[in-house]
Ligand binder design. Sequence first.
Ligand SMILES: *[C@@H]1O[C@H](CO)[C@@H](O)[C@H](O)[C@H]1NC(C)=O
Ligand SMILES: *[C@@H]1O[C@H](CO)[C@@H](O)[C@H](O)[C@H]1NC(C)=O
Ligand SMILES: *[C@@H]1O[C@H](CO)[C@@H](O)[C@H](O)[C@H]1NC(C)=O
Ligand SMILES: *[C@@H]1O[C@H](CO)[C@@H](O)[C@H](O)[C@H]1NC(C)=O
Ligand SMILES: *[C@@H]1O[C@H](CO)[C@@H](O)[C@H](O)[C@H]1NC(C)=O
Length: 348
Amino acid sequence: SQHVSREPLAPLRPAPILPVQSPRPVRLAVRAEGAGDGRSPGRPDRRDCPAECDCPPSFPVAMYCDGRGLTSMPSIPSRIKYLYLQHNHISAVPDSAMVNASNLVWLMLQHNQIHSDAVGRKALLKLERLDRLYLHHNNLTSVPSLPRSLRDLRLNHNSIDKLTAADFEGMDNLTVLYLHNNAISDMGSSLKGLVSLTLLDISGNKLTKIPESLPAHVHQLYLESNSIDSVPEGFLGGFSQLQYVRMAHNQLTDKGIPPNTFNVSGLVELDLSFNQLERIPIVSTTLQHLYLQANQIKEFSLGSFCSFVDISNFSKLRTLRLDGNEISPEDIPSESSQCLRQAFEIEI
Ligand SMILES: *[C@@H]1O[C@H](CO)[C@@H](O)[C@H](O)[C@H]1NC(C)=O
Ligand SMILES: *[C@@H]1O[C@H](CO)[C@@H](O)[C@H](O)[C@H]1NC(C)=O
Ligand SMILES: *[C@@H]1O[C@H](CO)[C@@H](O)[C@H](O)[C@H]1NC(C)=O
Ligand SMILES: *[C@@H]1O[C@H](CO)[C@@H](O)[C@H](O)[C@H]1NC(C)=O
Ligand SMILES: *[C@@H]1O[C@H](CO)[C@@H](O)[C@H](O)[C@H]1NC(C)=O
């Protein structure tokens, strides 16, 4: 009683960790010009707000300079904690730009044109309270010197082509690291010691193998769109909290996947679509979503899901995509319903 769906299934992306943005303040007309001096003892001086930015009186620790066509860094009053500079044409972050910025907690610099050689060696390093740094969609070719306090670092969509062991060293609190869509061919030992990392996205690079020393506590590991053809024995065995593994659009073959690689409990979603697999790999009965479309799978092997079936022992698989392979719905054995009794979407 399989429901063979024709609807293409969207891969289930866990909700991205979005910044909890404070509501965007409406520009208030009361700033400076003539309205007294805008100051009273103990209140922040609003006149230190650069003309090209907004510093809402209701949120005196934030400065909004996003999408203003800026080509250089504005001056930054020292009270500012949340700085929005995204979607400009800023190409350089010199040390001098950050002299007053030591209270920054969030720095949003995504969608600019920042080049690695135009980032002062100490410019970011000195921001010792920085928690979130967004540098995605820039022109970086290497990882700048960064403060160790970061929790959320986004460097995706740059042209980073090499990493060093020092790049993320000592970032004990780093939880989210986005490095996707760069030109990295080897992670080296750059990930070593990221004890708090839960989300690692290194998809869309030039990796040919699984990076060594992957952080032990990752929940989400995204490796799709690289050139990985094999995985090491016991590759997923060492992770205690891994739930989402995405390796679509690589060059995986059956030969490159040791038996039981993906038979690890705890996994919720496994995406191996757009590879060169000829068999369905053995997966754990706890897996819920398995994407295998666009491989070269020739048989529906029920044993990949259940080695044994009884009243309490069956696959928890809910989504199974097998379209774009060399099998058809008739290849599903009738006893499958015993094993795959929770599958509500099987696409062949
Ligand atoms: C730093 O603060 C001083 C004093 O408020 C100010 O004169 C200067 O322009 C600021 N520099 C930058 C780069 O923000
Ligand atoms: C910077 O990156 C953008 C998009 O990634 C690219 O279009 C542009 O040519 C790059 N600019 C330079 C000067 O490298
Ligand atoms: C990590 O966070 C803790 C608690 O907020 C803090 O004490 C520690 O200094 C941080 N570590 C780094 C490397 O900044
Ligand atoms: C998967 O692993 C479990 C426990 O480690 C084992 O009992 C089971 O036989 C394996 N599944 C298959 C299909 O080999
Ligand atoms: C299901 O069967 C497998 C293989 O015999 C076994 O390893 C596993 O512990 C069983 N699980 C449950 C929930 O009984």
